[in-house]
Each structure stands twice: as structure tokens, then as C-alpha cells.
Ligand binder design. Structure first.
Ligand code: NZQ
Ligand code: ZN
Length: 381
């Protein structure tokens, strides 16, 4: 085991914590508050921010879409550059947090912001940012990753930089009261797959990372089996579990996969599938395709997360238990958004993976384009 781990984001967890941004953001900062389509105006979050910032110099930018686009975000980049903004406050879900990270980094770069996504530009500076989270799912509130879409070309790509870790993240579970059931289910599934991407690889003997990953997976099973959005502790446990799933801890020093995410992003970019739903579509067939490599960890998950008995078919039974878990929260495991032409859809996705250089993915680089095609044949209806 060998790793370097730091998570610099200060977590402000619990009811009423939005008010704490008053002290967390210095008064001499010029703030751009970034948010999405307006859900924060219907649930009191906007007013809480307004009250907390009553003595600050701030302005706002709204309209960041789910799966945020560079086309929209570049308008915010222009504001940050023109107005000398030196603090970005993201108020929303993963899309707003990711979009704000892009704005923070692109505002400190003279070239085309999209270069950050293609890897042409490595981030060297970023405007300081803080996040008020409104949906537990991505972990973006306290990690250094962002996923951005270029609508014009239907490309959805990620960048990672330690410079875009939020300075703070406010996690007040009360904001979840207004989440539509579909978004809550998405959050459960996304957090689940984040844990799997860092766990369902090869046995690591890393007792802390594996044991904590299993504890988080068991939490999600329990929370999904007892959906109770109006219950304080249910919301708090889901919010904290989703955060811990992708704050770097369970992934430290262990082999990771992320192939489900890589393929899933293409489904979102091409067919508009919700992020979490793209993962539930790809993951079961990917696990079956890679069962030789993942057998030991699937069996361990079967025993320690699903309480299954030892059995020759344990790895396959674990995959079935994962599928049942998704179905239990009304999340489908087959793509239907592409219409009726299955082979055209499979080839369109394969073309995008090829174009993005995703020719050998997964922890063993065993998911070649041929393997991706086989995975998609099983995952596309
Ligand atoms: O835009 P508004 O009006 O706020 O509505 C949003 C949006 O329509 C709504 N919503 C959010 N909080 C709400 C609410 N509605 C009512 N009450 C609330 N409290 O929910 C919808 C979805 O929001 P979004 O931010 O898109 O959801 P999520 O947090 O699932 O983020 C998904 C994005 O994050 C990326 C995904 O690819 C996708 O673009 N990811 C980011 C990661 C990271 N940075 O580490 C990792 C993930 O794997 C993921 O790729
Ligand atoms: Zn995800």
C-alpha cells in the first residue's frame, strides 16, 4: 500500500449550516454565486444564501444545466474575468459544482477553456471556490474532479486538479426535502457505483479502504430499502455516505476501475441519459464481461454486503443482487433512450469511445473496444 492523501475541503455538516458561509467567505472577496435551473428558489436555499451574504459583495449566474455545458459555463468565465471575481460559490448538485470548478480554472487561463478537458492545458491556477450542496450523489463537493459537456459535439469529458478542491462544502440535509424521487434514486445509485469503481477490482488487503467501502455499500442498501425522505437521520446518512464515497479515502492506494463511468458518459452525451442511470445500464454487463478479473472481489462483496452464502455461482449472484438493488429504486439496467436501432446505437457509442482514446480501459486494461462492444450489446435494449 502506497499513497499520498489529502482532502482539504472543510465540511460544514447539518441543519442550518448554510448560514456559516457568512464567516467562511472573507468580506473583502468579490463573489460570483453560480446555480442551476432554479430549484434553489423554491426551497428556501436561495434566501438562506442571500441572508448569509448580506454584508458581502456578490452577484449571481444561473442556468447551469444538468450535465453542464461549456457553452453555458463560458458565459460565467467571461463574467469572472471582466469583473475580477475572486470567489465562486456553487449552490446546487454535481452539475453546478463541476461547472463552477471549470469556471474557476478556465478564468485563470487565456486559451480556450475546453483545452482543460482535452488535456491540452493542465490547470495551473483557479479561483477559490466553495459549495453548498443540494443533492447527495457525486461527491464533487469535496473532490478535485469535474465532468463537462460540449453540446456542439456531444463530448462529455472529465478533468481532475487539486487546485479545484472546494475550500468548504456545506452539507445541510434539509435541502434534500424538495428532491424529486428520481433525483434521490440517482444519488443512491451514483454513490453506489463510485464505491464499486474503487472496490470491485482486485483484492488489495487494504483493510481500511475495503472495510469502509463495504460499510458505505451496506448503508446504501439499508437506506434504499427504507426510503424516507422526510426523516432527518435518513437524509443525513445518505448525504454523508454519498460524500464519503468519493472524497478520495476509499480509493487511496488501491486499484481503481472507472470503466463504467467512461462508457456511461457517452450514453449521457449521446442520448441525454441521467448520469446515475447510465451507470446502472452499463455496470451489470461490464461486470459479467470482466467476471474472470473481478471474481474474487464480487464474491467478497456478495458475502460482506449482500450476506450471500458461499457458492460456486457467488460472483454471478452478486451481479444479480446489484441489478435487483437498482430495480428496487426504479432504476433501469437497459438503455432504451436510443430508439429502436440497437446496432446503430452501439456503433455510435463505440465511435465516441474510439474518438476519446478509450481503447483499453478497466483495471487490467482488458476492456478493449471489442469488449466495450460486447458490453453494449448486452446493455442496449
Ligand atoms: O438545476 P436545478 O434547478 O437546481 O435542478 C436540479 C437538476 O435538475 C435538481 N436539484 C438539485 N438539487 C435539488 C434539485 N431539485 C429539487 N431540490 C433540490 N434540493 O436535480 C437535477 C440534477 O442535478 P445535478 O446537479 O445534475 O445532479 P447530480 O448531483 O447527480 O450531478 C450530476 C453531474 O455530476 C457529474 C455527472 O457526470 C453529471 O454531469 N459527476 C461528477 C463527479 C465528480 N465531480 O466527482 C463524479 C460523478 O461520477 C459524475 O460524473
Ligand atoms: Zn458518478
Amino acid at each position: 500500500m502506497k499513497f499520498s492523501f489529502a482532502n482539504p475541503t472543510q465540511i460544514q455538516f447539518g441543519q442550518g449550516q448554510i448560514a456559516s458561509i457568512k464567516e467562511l467567505i472573507p468580506k473583502d472577496k468579490k463573489i460570483l454565486m453560480i446555480y442551476g435551473g432554479g430549484s434553489i428558489k423554491n426551497n428556501g436555499v436561495y434566501e438562506q444564501v442571500q441572508n448569509a451574504l448580506s454584508e458581502h459583495d456578490w452577484q449571481e449566474f444561473s442556468g447551469v444545466e444538468p450535465n453542464p455545458t461549456v457553452e453555458t459555463l463560458n458565459k460565467a468565465v467571461a463574467i469572472v474575468k471582466q469583473q475580477d471575481i475572486d470567489f465562486i460559490l456553487a449552490v446546487g448538485g454535481g452539475s453546478v459544482a463541476d461547472g463552477s470548478k471549470y469556471v474557476a480554472a478556465a478564468a485563470k487561463y487565456d486559451g480556450e477553456g475546453w483545452d482543460i478537458l482535452t488535456g491540452k492545458h493542465q490547470v495551473t491556477a483557479a479561483v477559490t471556490l466553495g459549495v453548498i450542496l443540494t443533492i447527495p450523489a457525486t461527491g464533487s463537493e469535496s473532490n478535485g474532479a469535474a465532468v463537462i459537456t460540449k453540446a456542439a459535439t456531444q463530448d462529455k469529458l472529465a478533468f481532475i486538479s487539486p487546485l479545484v478542491f472546494p475550500k468548504f462544502a456545506v452539507l445541510d440535509p434539509d435541502v434534500m426535502r424538495t428532491l424529486p424521487p428520481r433525483q434521490l434514486a440517482n444519488g443512491v445509485v451514483d454513490a453506489w457505483v463510485h464505491i464499486c469503481e474503487q472496490y470491485l477490482t482486485i483484492p488489495s488487503n487494504a483493510m481500511v479502504q475495503e472495510g469502509y467501502a463495504e460499510a458505505l455499500l451496506r448503508n446504501l442498501r439499508i437506506l434504499a430499502a427504507n426510503f424516507s425522505q422526510q426523516d432527518d437521520s435518513w437524509r443525513a446518512n445518505l448525504m454523508w455516505t454519498a460524500n464519503q464515497a468519493l472524497n478520495g479515502l476509499i480509493g487511496a492506494g488501491v486499484t481503481q476501475d472507472w470503466a463504467t463511468h467512461i462508457i456511461g458518459h457517452e450514453l449521457t452525451a449521446l442520448y441525454g441519459v441521467d448520469h446515475a442511470r447510465s451507470l446502472a445500464i452499463i455496470q451489470p454487463s461490464l461486470l459479467r464481461n470482466q467476471i474472470v478479473h473481478k471474481k474474487a472481489k464480487l464474491e467478497q462483496m456478495g458475502r460482506n454486503v449482500f450476506n450471500l452464502d458461499d457458492n460456486e455461482e457467488l460472483a454471478e449472484l452478486t451481479i444479480q443482487a446489484i441489478e435487483n438493488f437498482y430495480h428496487s429504486v426504479d432504476v433501469a439496467t437497459q438503455l432504451t433512450e436510443h430508439g429502436s436501432d440497437k446496432s446503430a446505437a452501439v456503433e455510435a457509442i463505440i465511435n465516441k469511445l474510439t474518438q476519446h482514446g478509450m481503447l483499453k480501459i478497466g483495471e487490467h486494461e482488458a476492456i478493449t473496444i471489442e469488449a466495450s462492444r460486447a458490453i453494449l450489446q448486452a446493455a442496449v435494449a
